[in-house]
Design a protein around this ligand. Sequence first.
Ligand code: FDA
Length: 311
Amino acid sequence: MLQTVSKAFFTSLAGSTTLKDFASTYGMRGRRSFARRFIAGETIEEAVEAARAIEAAGMSHTLDLLGESVGSMPEADAATRGYLSVLDTIVSAGIERNISLKLTQLGLTIDRATCVDNLRRILDAAATNGFFVRIDMENSPFTQVTLDVFETMWQQGYRNAGVVLQSCLPRSLEDARRMNELGARVRIVKGAYREPRGVAYQDKAQVDAAFVEITRLLLSHGAYPAIATHDPGMIAAARAHAAQHGIAAGRFEFQMLYGIRRDLQAQLTAAGFRVRVYVPFGREWFPYFMRRLGERPANVGFVMRAIVADR
Ligand code: FDA
């Protein structure tokens, strides 16, 4: 209940331009800037530095050039060119080749065909250079179209991409079965967006139960699933299922967000599991940052302390 209210509150604040202007001016500046805990930086160079540190700690990463819901074709084109340049920089830096992106960043809300063209430009460059591309899942108005676009690309032979399913949506169990049939890679998450009753479970216990059910299905029948959560209960359930069914640690990975539960990331790595850290970066960090605050109201205290300490 608290989590639902908190998500709603932060979703409404995410639309405030005044707050966005304030955050954009102060959020990433200074040694103790409050957004840096969750965002690797505003430039690709800062993201590469974070990625190197993650590799040095024995983990993998996926780099996400932040941005979503662009409002015009030129913006969608600019985001696409931004990603192409990120791929070049990753190749020159010699770090692992794995990125995450959002379809609304590539123009999905403006024109689906243009979005697909933009995605194809990225997938082509990614395939040439041995990248894996994860298509993040956005809020429920985009679930079906995101899966449709993914499947179109899959049928056209693009196998260097995977999707995300959200356990808050009752439909995701069926979607997971479909992805298993295709042999496509799935990242399972709980879901970061405020969703209406009737579309999504409102009760955390139901979201958690569905997460465990889908995780088991993916572990037993999926293609290298990614179990993306910071919840020790979900992680324990995944580990128990893998152990019980003799599923080796190399056949799946855990994923966590940059700056969240670093202790757990290190523990799982030390225990021999694969851990991938999602590294967001770029100037358009405000909506992502607000979702992280909405997930855990205690983070607001952390932000306030950082702001006060900076004055
Ligand atoms: P839950 O919210 O129950 O939290 C469990 C524990 O984790 C908390 O008690 C706390 O200790 C810690 N924690 C969780 N969130 C925290 C935060 N913000 N700050 C500090 N501690 C926190 N969602 C989506 O809709 N589409 C997507 O494509 C993705 N992609 C994605 C990639 C990766 C790698 C991860 C880890 C997550 C996503 N998500 C996502 C976000 C996901 O849907 C979900 O909102 C968050 O992971 C929080 O849920 P948990 O599973 O961690 O559990």
